[in-house]
Design a binder for this molecule. Structure first.
Ligand code: G6P
Length: 611
């Protein structure tokens, strides 16, 4: 959630961490702050509520000079998003500054004890206990890294932290348990950051920290230690994507850029993986032999948010084509139940970021119970990608807009690839396999066709700008698309929206329908088309306004729907990749017309690294 950047090196540290922070703003944006160790050996702290631009304005021309600094953008968990609760937090003596991402669960107990020992707290945050704990040991002479390690032994919960001290001027100490953190290696300078986009302008060489590790970072070297201070050997990873891919490239918002990138992101998900002749696919990263895959008797897919919607589509695909009993679980539920999984269960975690705390915890729980785990992940080197037994990378490129778009369509494609692999090892014939492969290969071009209808969708959006409720209905493979369409609208336009299986409408939502209630039907010509037409009739009979997503050339619904958007024909299981596109655009244009901040909707965060 929160974003962290730290720097130590020859250059002026303040502007560098501020610039890095701007690239992390999508992680959280309710307040921001930075601390610079200045030339006189003092720590200067600046904070502001609101976005990073507010911090920049607060700093104005008073930018402190110094060569070591920390910065933080916050997504509040404990305490309101105001100046005192913004990070960095300092100790009683002004020796230390600390930033934190995560939740310290035993903060109230630690705080009471620290107050009894004379510490003065300024904020309501759980984070502040950390800085006072480090202070107790560091001011008695313990080196910063030792003091941090000892402090962390006392805390329950999750953290990614970075700390600086006036007593060790050219050092940033960072530590991780449950919240992502990396060390980025420059030339005569080094960084710590919660994600690589913060440092890409300066270096591509990074070392990902694992849970229980501490990094001691200086301008010309860094050391990675475990909590008992033993030194660890770590691999340096080269980041492959560049800065241009995380900039807006002429689009008004990241969300629109990412929607429009979908022909390419899908091409990248499929590249080198389709084997048309054999009617199957090549997935290099599964790390499972055909024998292992044949032993799978049950599949559990687990995820959160939009990725959970992709999982629902995966479940339908897996049961239809591979005939493997499959189910979908919210990761936050799975992790705290007593789930039935064993060595014959394949647990597939789906996550754009690869850092969602609940999805990670669900996969760890599955592993602990003996299940094989796979990750369908976008961010290379993320925690989930590193912890699962194997997986499929989406290769969609960085997704910055908080509302997920291109990751969703790539997740569906990746799930189709996994389904083909499992199906062809079982009863799926080579002819059926070839058909799926051919249709997958056509998808990027078809996606481009649908996206070229953006101006038409924008016109439809004009009429929905003042709606207060919108219902999304679909059946079969397009029921999860109804959920996703409603989620997109809620997330970025703050209009209440609900997704429902179309036939379930009769068991409740039909009561809401009147001439003020727009209903979006996702009704391509698939196996359940005729059933959906009946549901459209039911809405029209009650005066509802219908917007329909239909297959090209559909005349049946044209008579009933008030407005429609056509999508090209494909296999039923792949229709979601096309039918979701008008819904992404619809949500986008409505939100823009309502003046909402599309890329940074209120209260949301891109990467939910706290549970
Ligand atoms: C947050 C984001 C959503 C995303 C969900 C799961 O809620 O705002 O867009 O779908 O997390 O994230 P993941 O990275 O695990 O796919």
């Amino acid at each position: 959630m929160c974003g962290i950047v730290g720097y130590t090196g020859a250059r002026s540290a303040g502007p560098l961490v501020l610039d890095g922070l701007k690239r992390l703003e999508y992680r959280g944006y309710d307040s921001a702050g930075l601390a610079v160790l200045n030339g006189e050996g003092r720590i200067e702290v600046f904070k502001a509520p609101g976005k990073i631009s507010a911090l920049e304005n607060a700093l104005g021309s008073r930018f402190p000079s110094g060569h070591t600094a920390l910065a933080h953008t916050r997504w509040a968990t404990h305490g309101a998003p105001n100046v005192v609760n913004a990070h960095p937090h300092t100790d009683c003596g002004g020796t230390l500054a600390l930033v934190h991402n995560g939740i310290i669960e035993n903060a109230p107990t630690l705080r009471t004890a620290l107050v009894k020992r004379g510490h003065v707290f300024r904020s309501e945050t759980d984070t502040e206990v950390l800085v006072h704990l480090v202070e107790e040991l560091h001011t008695k002479g313990a080196p910063l890294a030792d003091a941090v390690a000892a402090a962390l032994q006392q805390v329950d919960g999750t953290y990614g932290i970075a700390v600086i001290s006036t007593r060790e001027p050219d050092t940033v100490v960072a530590a991780r348990r449950g919240s992502p953190l990396l060390v980025a290696i420059g030339n005569g300078e080094n960084f710590v950051a919660s994600d690589a986009s913060a440092v890409l302008a300066h270096t591509r060489s990074v070392v990902y920290l694992d849970d229980g590790e501490i990094a001691v970072v200086r301008p010309r070297d860094y050391r990675i230690l475990d909590l008992s201070a033993a030194e660890k050997e770590k691999t340096v990873t080269q980041i492959e994507w560049d800065l241009a891919t995380i900039e807006r490239g002429g689009y008004a918002h990241f969300m629109l850029k990412e929607i429009m990138e979908q022909p390419d992101s899908l091409r990248n998900a499929l590249r080198g993986r389709l084997l048309e002749e054999d009617g199957t696919v090549r997935l290099g990263g599964l790390n499972l032999t055909d024998e292992d895959l044949l032993k799978v008797r049950r599949i559990v897919m687990t995820a959160c948010g939009t990725s959970w919607h992709a999982a629902l589509i995966g479940e339908y695909m897996m049961e239809e084509l591979a005939r493997i009993p499959s189910e979908v679980e919210y990761a936050s539920e799975f992790r705290y139940r007593n789930p039935i999984v064993d060595e014959h269960t394949l647990v597939v975690g789906i996550s754009q970021s690869g850092e969602t705390a609940d999805t990670l915890a669900a996969l760890r729980e599955a592993k602990r119970r003996g299940a094989r785990t796979l990750g369908i992940v976008n961010v290379v080197g993320s925690t989930i990608a590193r912890e699962v037994d194997g997986g499929i990378y989406l290769h969609a490129g960085p997704e910055i807009g908080v509302a997920s778009t291109k990751a969703f369509t790539s997740q569906i494609a990746a799930l189709a690839l996994l389904t083909l692999t499992m199906g062809r090892l079982r009863s799926l014939s080579i002819l059926q396999g070839r058909e799926v492969v051919r249709c997958l290969a056509r998808l990027p071009e078809q996606v481009a066709q649908v996206l070229s209808k953006a101006p038409h969708v924008e016109q439809i959006a004009e009429r929905l700008v003042r709606a207060t409720n919108v219902l999304y209905l679909g059946r079969g493979y397009n029921f999860p698309v109804a959920l996703e369409g409603a989620l997109k609208l809620k997330e970025i336009s703050y209009i209440h929206a609900e997704g429902y299986p179309a036939a379930e409408m009769k068991h409740g939502p039909i009561a809401l329908i009147d001439d003020l209630m727009p209903v979006v039907f996702i009704a391509p010509q698939d196996a359940v088309y005729q059933k959906v037409v009946s549901n459209v009739e039911e809405v029209k009979a009650r005066g509802g306004r219908v917007i329909a997503i239909v297959t090209e050339g559909d005349t049946g619904l044209a008579k009933l729907a008030d407005q429609q958007v056509e999508i090209p024909e494909t296999l039923d299981l792949l229709t979601p990749v096309l039918s979701v596109l008008p819904l992404q655009l619809l949500a986008y244009y409505i939100a823009v017309r309502r003046g909402c901040n599309v890329d940074q909707p209120r209260n949301l965060a891109k990467s939910v690294t706290v549970e």
